[in-house]
Design a protein around this ligand. Sequence first.
Ligand code: NI
Ligand code: MN
Length: 231
Amino acid sequence: MAIELTWLGHGSWSIALRGADGQHTILVDPFLDDSPAAPVRSGDVAADTILVSHGHFDHIADAAKIAKRTGALVISNFEICEWLTKQGVERTHPHNLGGGSQQKFGRVQLTLAHHSSVLPDGTYGGNPSGFLLWADAKKLYFACDTALFYDMKLVGEEGIDVAVLPIGDQFTMGPADSIRAIKLLTPKVVLPSHYNTWPPIAQDAGRWAERVRQETSAEPRVLSPGEKTQL
Ligand code: NI
Ligand code: MN
């Protein structure tokens, strides 16, 4: 089967794909139980891998809970892996920016993100990241929480099939800067993320999609929380 991406609201995504050894489910930044936008609870999601981009609660809130229930491997930076280990998570794989590793589903690499990162209890969370995934002959880029930055051009040189970009503004780049990001990344498909969870990050995704179609060569796909798209 193709790669299937499900938006779980806010910056949370589920990726279902076929690796060399069968089916995999990868969760990105699980924030479900306290998210007003989540279509599912943390007790109801499957995962064999969890990617955590940074320490803010709206990205890490349910990571330990889900990892402990499912036995999923958590991939994040060194500081966050150490913290999760102290929360009782048994399987972590620490990285740092620019570093990657081969996993059963494919390759994962931590990319730059211009943001901040502190864990819910005040522990230093290391540098925030995005993720680049090579899986099932596709390249997926999750920018996660970040400002626009020119080095996105380097990520684009990889030849991105799908980019997931924040458009919420205030805490990350907004719609206008995301259009500039798409021009640097030149993905085939782009999905908006990190918006409409709360009033300060409310955005008109339909209008954003219109701009993407008019000003870039990417195909925008706007999902509702709980909705899936196939790649
Ligand atoms: Ni954040
Ligand atoms: Mn966030």
